[in-house]
Design a protein around this ligand. Structure first.
Ligand code: FES
Ligand SMILES: [Fe+2]
Length: 403
């Protein structure tokens, strides 16, 4: 397979709907390079949280699709994003997070304002217009505390997702939250294997005993048992009516809506639990305007890469960052109420569920990648419990063909 030039149209046309993809989609450096210039570049990625850019002049340096980006808060409080590349001869500008009034290149000291405009460049020849040497911007957005970026010249619109997310994020005061923990899970697998895995729970009973113990929906909704699924749908409705926080602006995720490009909604953890901790007891003070623990989880999803899941006391913000044809970084940040003291947050018990689950996912996804490298690998059918993965792959193929 390696070494053959890719005929994209033929490759896309050859894929069987409802089946996993052929080997080049998971291994090929050439196809990955095509994705980075096209389909992957157009998507939005979580790059951080507003608390990392709390002051004018605060900046963070983050990698996205092999590009180094500089995200900063300008003097007016606006978020801005630039390629971390000097307009003189291309030096990296910043190598670590910090705070500054001007961005000064370490090579020949060209200096840029926080709006990216070139302000000082010694001995610039007459006739060279400095206003044409501003830093190159990248698309950035901030939705309720979540910082997003896209490398696309015309990234997909975020306005509808913003309208969908903002009431729920504002209610939880996610913009004023603070990061209580962050962990990275570099995974030796193509991003599609990581995301196919993340968007199905068919594997949960075999791979995630802790998650299954905590989240009642897996047992009741995740086993292709119509009687159990109907019982879970009834339980969700009962919870929303009887137990859920009636002040929350969000209700149940619409089962059809769960297939949408973006959605936000609430559902119960179940099993009498108030939080997603080992014993179901709270691990931090309530987030935002909530007045009590109702044992719910609020999900905010923007396909394919943006996922935020909030229990009453902490939110789990996921980053999925493709880093190569066979590597993906998964980064999780745990957010708590911005006023919560360190003593009030039990970090170990807070990170427990998604840490243990993501470590398990890293193992199974890397084993998946190993099998896909075999000459014996051929695509296989997604089951009815992997509709999320099937949807991800179908959307991707449709979008890839539009390049
Ligand atoms: S490369 Fe930045 S000032 Fe020369
Ligand atoms: Fe998993």
């Amino acid at each position: 397979m390696k070494g053959d030039a890719i005929n994209l149209g033929e490759l896309i046309a050859r894929q069987t709907p409802g089946w996993s993809l052929e080997q080049p989609f998971y291994l090929s450096a050439e196809l990955y390079a095509i994705e980075c210039r096209g389909w992957l570049a157009k998507q939005w990625y979580v790059l951080g949280h507003s608390s990392e850019l709390s002051l004018p002049g605060s900046y963070i340096v983050r990698e996205l699709l092999q590009e180094s980006l500089l995200l900063l808060r300008d003097k007016s409080g606006q978020l801005r994003g630039f390629y971390n590349v000097c307009r003189h001869r291309g030096s990296r500008l910043c190598t670590a997070d910090g705070r500054t009034q001007r961005i000064v290149c370490p090579y020949h000291a060209w200096a840029y304002g926080l709006d990216g405009a070139l302000e000082t460049a010694r001995a610039l020849p007459t006739g060279v217009d400095p206003s044409r040497l501003s830093l190159h911007p990248v698309a950035v957005a901030e939705i309720g505390g979540v910082i997003l970026a896209s490398l696309g010249a015309e990234p997909s619109s975020l306005e509808e997702a913003r309208r969908c997310f903002e009431p729920g994020l504002q209610y939880l005061e996610l913009a004023g939250a603070r990061i209580a923990a962050r962990r990275q899970y570099p995974t030796r697998a193509n991003w599609k294997l990581v995301m196919e895995n993340f968007t199905e729970c068919y594997h949960c009973p075999a791979s995630h005993p802790e998650y299954c113990r905590v989240m009642q929906h897996v047992d009741q909704y995740g086993r292709d048992d119509p009687v159990k699924s109907a019982a879970w749908v009834r339980e969700e409705a009962r919870w929303l009516k009887a137990d859920a926080d009636s002040d929350s602006p969000l209700g149940a995720p619409d089962r059809d809506g769960v297939d949408a490009r973006y959605w936000a909604g609430r559902s119960p953890i179940g099993n009498g639990r108030l939080s997603q901790s080992q014993d179901g007891c709270p691990v931090a003070p309530l987030l935002g305007g909530q007045k009590r623990f109702d044992g719910g989880v609020t999900a905010f999803v923007l396909r394919p890469f943006v996922y935020l899941l909030a229990a009453n006391d902490y939110a789990t913000l996921f980053q999925f960052l493709p880093t190569g044809p066979e590597s993906t970084d998964v980064v999780i940040s745990w957010l708590v109420n911005g006023k919560a003291t360190d003593e009030a947050v039990d970090v170990d018990r807070m990170v427990w569920l998604w840490d243990v689950t993501t470590l398990q996912d890293k193992v199974i996804v890397e084993q998946n990648a190993q099998g896909v490298r075999s000459q014996d690998y051929t695509p296989g059918p997604y089951t009815t419990l992997e509709s999320g993965s099937a949807r991800l792959v179908a959307d991707y193929l449709a979008g890839l063909g539009e390049n």
